[in-house]
Design a protein around this ligand. Sequence first.
Ligand code: TMP
Ligand code: ASP
Length: 235
Amino acid sequence: MEKKELLYEGKAKKVYKTDDENLYIVDYKDDATAFNGKKKGQISGKGIVNNRMSNFMMQIMEKHGIPTHFVKEISDRETVVKKVTIVPLEVIIRNIAAGSFSKRFGVEEGKTLLNPTLEYCLKDDALDDPMINDYQITAIGAATKEELETIADLTFKVNDVLKAYFAGVNIELVDFKIEFGKTPDGQIILADEISPDTCRLWDATTHEKLDKDRFRRDLGNVEEAYEEVFKRLGL
Ligand code: TMP
Ligand code: ASP
């Protein structure tokens, strides 16, 4: 597989074309941002943890019948993925109140929600990724009604699988954000990443934060938290 020109550089990853028109290579960086890029930094080794952990999780999802972009890990930081067009939505499930949910609705961080919630944000940096509902999504053509149904079904499945998996290593899955892509033949598949950048992960006993909130909130021991998750997953 030959890496060709850079197609896109995001805040945490670069995406390259390859000599196969149906495949891309993703390259994970150590760069970290928060608050829509207003806070910038580096988390040493993050690219390696996120690449390997995301690939591990994507393969677990495949085993549970959730289609993903994963093809093959080719180095510590690089993975071959299927070519998709990203659906411009951040799809968020919450099991426990935290972050913007706690702030918006005045629910104490750490309160277990009576049911998991699903919410969408429109992926648009210039607009600060505003929250958007189903009617608004179909109205602006970000996804069709059928695509959104698939996305919601798959996202709840991802939550069940992830929650159970993390529970097995004494970690609570507080919330997470995933993204979906559309293949050239129109299939909706799980894309982007599943990592401590995109999940809130708390130690189930001590409730210690083992995710990017350590960077967002300047809590210290950021690298150590990523390494701890990595280690618990046996990676
Ligand atoms: P929030 O509480 O800040 O809305 O975050 C909800 C979840 O989404 C949390 O697990 C972190 C993740 N997230 C991202 O992956 N990217 C983002 O840009 C934001 C704001 C949150
Ligand atoms: N995506 C956010 C940013 O752009 C980072 C985050 O809070 O996860 O900076």
